[in-house]
Design a protein around this ligand. Sequence first.
Ligand SMILES: *Cc1c(COP(=O)(O)O)cnc(C)c1O
Length: 461
Amino acid sequence: MSESSKKSWSKPSLTPHRMGALNKFGSMHGYHYQDKFEGVSIAELLAKYGSPLFVISEQRLRDNVRKLLRAFETRYGNVTYAWSYKTNYLGAVCNTLHQEGAWAEVVSAFEYEKARQLGVPAEKILFNGPHKERPILERVVAEGGRIHLDHLDELYLLESIARDANKQVNVTMRLNFDTGYTEPWSRFGFNIESGKAMDAARLLGQSSHLNLCGLHSHMGTFILDPRAYAAQVRIMCAFMDQAELATGCRIDSIDIGGGFASMNALQGSYLPPEQLVPSFDQYAEAICTALNDSTRERDLKGRARPRLIMESGRSVVDDAEVLISSVVGNKHMLDGRRSLVLDAGVNLLFTAFWYNHQVTPTRLLEGVAEDTVLYGPLCMNIDVMRTSVMLPPLNVGDSLIFSPVGAYNNTQWMQFIEYRPNVVMVHADQQLSVVRKAENLDVMIAQESIPAHLTSVKSKG
Ligand SMILES: *Cc1c(COP(=O)(O)O)cnc(C)c1O
């Protein structure tokens, strides 16, 4: 190439493309909307119960758990499902799932007490978590709940409780290990690779009051690759065989925890959830194939295959609940973007920090869709429901549906600045019940007391 044929260099320039503005494809029209949830009019729901409003579908919950169980029972047979309370511990949600046969999976004294109060028998409660103190452990031992050991100090504490109560206590060990597919959570349970898990199993083997009879691991959450579970099951089954050999114990259950992804869009993921999230059948195929392979030997030797326990939270409840929120104001940001102020923020939708929820208008909107920021009502900069979503103009009083919101919002919501609103459940016949009443000032101050010298607001002098 000769010197003269080279083009002279010029500085590149970038011209921002304004989303939604008219371009060669025309503008977006006929924006998708949804004016009913489970057959019930959104306008009617808001008129009756106020805005914002959480709405749960009883039927969707039942369908989800049935689908999950069918996927696993047809492939393995001996399957137990335990509902993860921290994912959504509204009583109506828990009991819907308990009616479908779910046990309870709890991680604190409060959650254990709640499950017992709802009527779950202790032997159907799996007690996980790193924080279990003597009083609650004494109760669980007395009632016959299933304790999942997290660390050695807990093992020693439980040993002393069992000795004092002169009881034999069956325990499950929580394990952690590297499957090669997810970031290992080494802070929970006993680690396999370092030998700590086998050391703990040996201690249990020598204990005169504790019997090791189950293995548990919960690898993480929103795990999109079913192969992670196949690896998990193989590692747990290998540990089961070794532990039985080394300690003489008999393991009767393998608990794979939760973590199946729900139909939600993790921020930063490129593909939509419909293309990313495996079905229950895909998870079940990977897990049950690994489990059947790993336990075939036991079958041949005439020893029982372990029960498979699952603790899926988000994949069962997430799409069974929506949050309806109303527009209280319109603003234009300095960069030209449109923004809306809504009556629900991250105080109610805690998961907005990690997920781009689907945002759907509740009536047919006219006008050009534009890149819009959705702000909540809090006087706090981080209160952003969505940093960017294409929406036509909305008026004050228009409402939007956020979905799916069933997982980790009714438990992680924050009491901050605003009252928490009504939570309503739609039943199969489209009957409605309030399953958690909106808060008011009396609820907010119920736990407070004001010392006598502070009861008057009159200033001195
Ligand atoms: C949180 C949790 C679950 C449920 O997890 P999901 O990701 O919601 O399925 C199950 N088991 C344990 C021990 C947990 O801590």
